[in-house]
Design a protein around this ligand. Sequence first.
Ligand SMILES: [Cu+2]
Length: 143
Amino acid sequence: MRWRHTGFACLILALAPIAAATEEAGVSVRDAWVREAPPGVSMMAGYMVLQNKTSRPQVLVAARSPGFETVMIHRTIAKEGMTGMEHAPQVELLPKASLVFAPGGYHLMLLNPKRTLHAGDRVDITLEFRGGLVLAVAYAVRK
Ligand SMILES: [Cu+2]
């Protein structure tokens, strides 16, 4: 029964106003955006700046969205002259520090959008942190 209880707690947090949840959590999200995909491409990437305002590490462990079939945390890496992406099972935010998700580095890999998203649209993505913190964030779709 334990996981059910945790899930319920997350649901309540997710439904709370974003500002309140962010303040309470001590983790803020800004400059959240998703790059518009070329026609026919079912893969998009999401970026943002995460700020840990607490004096403890905060660990991003998952992301999900009603707008996509699959959301994964990825990191672009260069190895032996080749660029690739690897799955990042978790991303640690150091105390009192910011972490940038940007092209060429960490990103949210967004697969199979449920509808075609264009520049100017918004899409909700929920970020889940270890310990049960859940942040619902609106991402702006841009070129
Ligand atoms: Cu990726």
